[in-house]
Design a protein around this ligand. Structure first.
Ligand code: EPU
Length: 339
């Protein structure tokens, strides 16, 4: 096996994470093929280095330098396995895939428009937005298993998807590198307009029978109005998960805060929007140095310029403390923390 893989030392990761914090990787390699990936993994194994795979870097916070090998995923390609089953290499950009599907009349992921990041990152946290989650269209994925060196196929059940969760964030964290994802899309798709913000936007635009392009356009508009563009201001989308609390706890809170929104989970549990809690606690638009809370969506932490990962993390910790004191709710970060 001989490839052109080059491995860089003390590599600056500032432009490889959308929060834009400065951090260094002891070693860095960009891989554009499975043999290159294998070579990079061998390098790490030989040197006993921890491996971190980076796609778009849009859901990660570097609190300090990374002492192992960062593998930047540049695996590219799309392959139709049938008219509606599409296999996509993990290094492809997610939003470009959504646009490709919309242009080609393939429904299923239009609600997931404009989510930053790569295709390979999508199953790790089962990305979701506006009433749709990746698992709704997911068929299978292939991953390179670091310990055994095998390429393994995972079915949907094997991925153990949950709300912003999968086996790759838990048991298999750091043990598998996703190389491709296969989605089952639809040619006669019934669009999902269940999410309030989306149905309101369609109404506002006078669209009564939306097609997948209308949905994609509306989602893009909503996201652009609320969520900061990482190219303009560093951020990682939602910083926390929406917490799930008991119905009893919710009813107590609701008697005090009549406008508290909620989404049903089970008979006994509801999900409440962390953004609402953070805003209610007075954090929206606040900043400590260059670490801030976005002024249009309090669930998003932003880097106003030169915040360090540690400073963003300190702000997150302050927010957690305040939400715990005010609502007796523990917020859990949605982003992956390094360090
Ligand atoms: N809200 C506030 N103040 C805020 C933010 C939200 O009161 O500052 C309220 C809204 O008015 C609304 C509710 O909270 O009643 C929900 O807000 P929104 O529709 O903006 O969604 P979210 O629950 O805050 C989740 C996802 C987003 C996804 C949207 C739309 C999580 C952690 N986040 O946010 O995902 O785009 O729903 O489906 O589940 C991401 O994961 O990075 C992400 C952006």
């Amino acid at each position: 096996m001989s490839t052109k893989l080059s491995i860089h030392k003390d590599f600056d990761l500032s432009s490889f994470n959308t929060m834009g914090v400065s951090s260094k990787a002891a070693f860095f390699a960009e891989v554009a093929s499975v043999p290159e990936l294998q070579e990079a993994i061998k390098f790490a194994k030989d040197k006993n280095l921890e491996i971190l795979v980076l796609g778009g870097g849009s859901n990660i916070l570097f609190k300090k330098d990374f002492d192992g090998l960062v593998i930047y995923n540049a695996l590219k390609g799309r392959d139709f396995l049938s008219e509606i089953d599409l296999k996509i290499a993990s290094g492809e950009n997610w939003h470009e895939l959504v646009l490709f599907c919309v242009e080609n009349g393939l429904g299923g992921i239009e609600n997931l428009s404009l989510i930053p990041g790569s295709v390979g990152a999508a199953p790790i946290q089962n990305i979701g937005a506006y009433g749709v989650e990746l698992e709704n269209v997911f068929l299978s994925l292939e991953a390179f298993m670091i310990d055994s060196g095998e390429l393994k196929t995972f079915t949907k059940d094997e991925c153990k998807f949950g709300y912003r969760e999968s086996i790759f964030k838990k048991e298999l964290k750091g043990k598998a590198v996703i190389t491709s994802v296969t989605l089952r899309l639809s040619k006669d798709h019934t669009v999902n307009t269940s999410y309030k913000a989306l149905s309101e936007k369609l109404l506002e635009k006078g669209i009564s029978e939306p097609d997948i392009k209308d949905i994609s356009d509306c989602v893009i508009e909503i996201r652009q109005s609320k969520l900061p563009d990482p190219k303009q201001i560093g951020n990682t989308g939602s910083f926390f998960k929406n917490p799930v609390i008991s119905v009893q706890h919710f009813n107590q809170l609701k008697s005090e805060y009549q406008d508290l929104p909620s989404y049903p989970v089970t008979e006994r549990q509801v999900k409440v929007p962390a953004g609402w809690l953070i805003e209610k606690a007075g954090w929206k638009g606040k900043r400590i140095g260059d670490a801030g809370v976005h002024d249009k969506q309090a669930l998003v932490l932003v880097n106003h310029g030169n915040a360090t990962g540690e400073e963003i993390w300190n702000l997150a910790t302050e927010i957690c403390l305040s939400i715990s004191t005010e609502f007796e709710i523990n917020l859990i970060p949605e982003v992956n923390l390094i360090g």
